[in-house]
Design a protein around this ligand. Structure first.
Ligand SMILES: CC(C)(COP(=O)(O)OP(=O)(O)OC[C@H]1O[C@@H](n2cnc3c(N)ncnc32)[C@H](O)[C@@H]1OP(=O)(O)O)[C@@H](O)C(=O)NCCC(=O)NCCS
Length: 185
C-alpha cells in the first residue's frame, strides 16, 4: 500500500509537484513552509534533502508561528509514498528521555496530500514510524491533535494511542486547546 521513504532525489519531482499544488507538509507553518521548501529545492536539492535527516540537530533553529526561534531537536522526516508523493511524517525527540519540552507539540507529526486522504495512509505511516521511534530507544511517544481534528485522532487511536490530557498550546502557537495522546512502545 504505502511505504515511508527516506527522501531522495528520485522522489523529489513528485514531492515538488505536491507542494506546487498548494499542499503543506507542515501543519503549523502551512503555506509559509511550502514556499520555503520550494525555494530550498530550487536553490540546492541535495542540501534540501540532507536537511530532512538531522539526527544530531545540526540544522538552524526552529521558527515558531510567532517568530520566536528555539533550538532544534534531533529528528528526521520520511515521505509517505505510494509510487507518488502522498504525504510527510516527521519524528523528533530529546536525547536520553522520552519527555519533550512544552514548546514541542508531540514527537510525531504527519500530513497527507488532500487528494489521497481517507485511504489509511496516515494510519499506516504512523505504524511504520513507531518502529523507528522504538529503534531510537524511547519508551513512549506523545502526539498532539486538536479537538476539531477527528481524522488525526483516529490515526492515533488506531495505533494504540490513549488520551492522556488536554492542554493549552504555548502562546507562541496561539494558545489553542489541544489533546495529548501517548503510545507506549
Ligand atoms: C489527519 C490526516 C493526516 C489523516 O490522513 P489520512 O491518510 O486521510 O488518514 P487515514 O485514512 O489513515 O485515517 C483517517 C481516519 O479518520 C477518519 N475521518 C476522516 N475524516 C473524519 C471526520 N471528519 N470525522 C471523523 N472521522 C474522520 C477516517 O474515516 C479514517 O478512519 P477509519 O480508518 O476508521 O475509516 C489528513 O487528514 C491530513 O493530512 N490532515 C491535515 C494535516 C493534519 O491535520 N495533520 C495532523 C495534525 S495532528
Amino acid at each position: 500500500m504505502i511505504e515511508i521513504v527516506r527522501p531522495a532525489l528520485e522522489h523529489l519531482p513528485s514531492y515538488k509537484a505536491a507542494l506546487e499544488r498548494g499542499w503543506s507538509p507542515d501543519n503549523v507553518r502551512l503555506l509559509q513552509a511550502t514556499r520555503e521548501q520550494l525555494e530550498a529545492i530550487e536553490k540546492d536539492p541535495v542540501e534540501f534533502l540532507a536537511s530532512l535527516d538531522d539526527r544530531e540537530a545540526k540544522g538552524p533553529p526552529i521558527t515558531l508561528p510567532d517568530g520566536t526561534k528555539v533550538p532544534r531537536l534531533p529528528g528526521f522526516r520520511r515521505w509517505i509514498w505510494d509510487g507518488e508523493a502522498a504525504g510527510s511524517i516527521g519524528f523528533r525527540w530529546q536525547k536520553g528521555t522520552s519527555a519533550l519540552p512544552s514548546r514541542v507539540l508531540g514527537h510525531i507529526g504527519y500530513a497527507v496530500v488532500p487528494w489521497k486522504r481517507g485511504r489509511g495512509y496516515a494510519t499506516e505511516a504512523l505504524r511504520l514510524m513507531l518502529d523507528e521511534a522504538r529503534a531510537v530507544g524511547l519508551d513512549y511517544v506523545e502526539i498532539t491533535a486538536k479537538p476539531d481534528n477527528p481524522a488525526s485522532q483516529k490515526v492515533i487511536t488506531a495505533n494504540r494511542g490513549r488520551l492522556v490530557g488536554r492542554f493549552f498550546e504555548d502562546a507562541a502557537y496561539g494558545g489553542a486547546e489541544s489533546l495529548r495522546f501517548r503510545i507506549d512502545l
